[in-house]
Ligand binder design. Structure first.
Ligand code: SF4
Ligand code: SF4
Length: 212
């Protein structure tokens, strides 16, 4: 998702960006589904509004990232700034292997910035829970949705403030790699993020073309 538009959350440009990327992921998923069907395999696209799986959990098992405190997939280069779709199929595939990113989880344990900034008080501040056999955080989706209904947007403030949502550039990618391999650096990065961006960063203007 576009960095600037996400930074404007909970403003409406973040919702526009979200819809745009859900649409793109759905396009890709449906094309892939049709391709597999043409090869003779059963397949199904799981896209926004029509899921039979929990996409972030599938994506985590496929090795695409971790599940952060805010319950979203945290990817290595864009953090939670992604929208995903899933394709299930009976095609014979070679299974990928989930490699836990323990330092990203450790970062989430101490950071809690999304929880501190959540206007709906929906993100837990305590430790992970065992949910359906998986250890993870789970947000209070009722209070999150209540905030969406009162604010008139899909919020996304948690995604905007997350230190892993910074730009996909050499500087921030180097920091992401260092966090992955050094727990000490992860601690330093957590403090540095508060120092440079603030504990409760304010919404920023969206991309130029999105401004009215
Ligand atoms: S803001 Fe902090 S605690 Fe929340 S998901 Fe991002 S890294 Fe984890
Ligand atoms: S979308 Fe908004 S209300 Fe919902 S969890 Fe994120 S910050 Fe909280």
């Amino acid at each position: 998702m576009d960095y600037k538009n996400v930074q404007s959350a909970p403003g409406s440009p973040a919702v526009f960006e979200s819809s745009q990327q859900y649409l793109r992921s759905a396009n890709i998923a449906i094309q892939l589904t049709l391709f597999l069907k043409n090869l003779g395999y059963d397949s199904r696209a799981h896209i926004d509004g029509d899921y039979e799986v929990i996409c972030p959990l599938v994506a985590r098992d496929a090795g695409l990232g971790e599940i952060g405190r805010m319950g979203l997939l945290m990817t290595p280069h864009l953090g939670p700034r992604v929208r995903i779709a899933v394709v299930t199929t009976n095609a014979p595939l070679v299974p990928g292997e989930y490699q836990p990113d323990r330092n990203m989880i450790e970062f989430c344990r101490v950071c809690k910035k999304c929880a501190d900034c959540c206007p709906g008080n929906s993100i837990p501040t305590d430790d992970m829970l065992e949910i359906d056999g998986v250890s993870r955080w789970r947000i209070d989706s009722d209070s999150c949705y209540r905030y969406w209904c009162t604010s008139g947007t899909d919020c996304g403030r948690c995604m905007a403030v997350c230190p892993f949502s910074h730009r996909n550039n050499l500087f921030h990618n180097t920091i992401r790699v260092l966090i992955r391999y050094s727990r000490l650096f992860a601690r330093l990065a957590y403090h540095a993020d508060d120092l440079f961006y603030g504990r409760k960063p304010k919404s920023k203007p969206p991309s130029e073309w999105m401004r009215i």
